[in-house]
Design a protein around this ligand. Structure first.
Ligand code: NAP
Length: 270
């Protein structure tokens, strides 16, 4: 995987000198995908993989779209995050487990003053999650569940009984403002949203996304798969290209940050 292009306003001279200079090490990737230093509010980054024709799944899950370089960047992004924000649809479809890191990643996180692992923060209106599923049982730390007071009380109680922190806010869905407020209250500022399209669509509509990492897998899928975002209404959000990486197998990995006028890029680096 190598760096094809980088936005010079957004990074350091040492990264500019890496353009076209061959394979990137994990340390190069960690620098290219660094969060802003000491963010004082949740910085929301999303990461998705899609096919050339925009499909977000192949046979109902994203795994069929993954490539070796996508997996490397997926791991680097997790290693930098305070928390992984994910919608219940994705947790159910992909049988999500908790995030785990090798010892050297834990050591680097500790050096940076981050917690040893990044908890899952699951958004669900219904609280219809299986408390015996991997998100609750195959995890180093219990997840946080952001749900609503409309969700059945017994469902909320059975999730809390697993050790999960269950935060219920009034209404039929969890607003973007309360997602951000909960993350902030928990001191979780480097956020990696791994989807799915429902959560991401809402965050985009509410202009809450600072940073988007997209892997284009070198395949066409056709079929009926959806896109990486969906929401009731459409809105145009201008983004700035931060960098483009490419792997020999045809995978293209891009990073987009909120347009400078939208201030996130300017606030991010330098
Ligand atoms: N290619 C990729 O990178 C990628 C990444 C992630 C997911 N995916 C795929 O995307 C598909 C899932 O799509 P999806 O749209 O169902 O995903 P999703 O956004 O993960 O899940 C939607 C569900 O999340 C909950 N939810 C979302 N926003 C909410 C809010 N504001 N308040 C309360 N609950 C909220 C609701 O759960 P309840 O129904 O429990 O109320 C809703 O039904 C799967 O097939 C997965 O494999 C692909």
């Amino acid at each position: 995987m190598q760096l094809l292009d980088i936005a010079t306003y957004f990074t350091s001279e040492s990264d500019v000198s890496r353009v076209g200079k061959g394979p990137l090490a994990d340390t190069d990737l960690a620098r290219l995908y660094a969060y802003p230093p000491r963010p004082r509010r949740p910085w929301i980054r999303a990461n998705f993989v899609a096919s050339i024709d925009g499909a977000v799944t192949a046979d109902g899950v994203s795994a069929g779209l993954g490539t070796p370089s996508d997996k490397v960047v997926f791991s680097v992004l997790r290693s930098l995050a305070d928390a992984v924000l994910v919608g219940a649809g994705t947790v159910r479809a992909e049988n999500y487990g908790g995030v785990t890191f090798p010892a050297e990643t834990v050591a680097r996180r500790t050096e940076r003053g981050q917690s040893e692992t990044a908890p899952l923060v699951i958004v669900t209106a219904s609280a219809n999650l299986d408390p015996t599923s991997r998100a609750f049982t195959d995890t180093v730390v219990p997840p946080v569940v952001l749900t609503t007071t409309s969700a059945p009380e017994d469902a909320r109680r059975s999730l809390a009984a697993t050790g999960a922190r269950v935060v219920a806010t009034p209404g039929d869905s969890v607003t973007t403002a309360s997602i951000v407020e909960s993350l902030n209250t928990l001191g979780l500022h480097r956020i990696l949203c791994e989807g799915g399209p429902g959560v991401f669509g809402q965050l985009l509509t509410d202009d809450a996304v600072d940073d988007v990492c997209i892997t284009t897998s070198p395949v066409f899928v056709a079929g009926t798969a959806g896109r990486i975002s969906h929401s009731a209404s459409s809105s145009i959000r201008r983004m700035t290209r931060a960098h483009v990486l490419a792997d020999d197998d045809g995978t293209v990995l891009t990073r987009w940050v909120k347009h400078r006028d939208g201030s996130a890029a300017a606030a991010g680096h330098k």
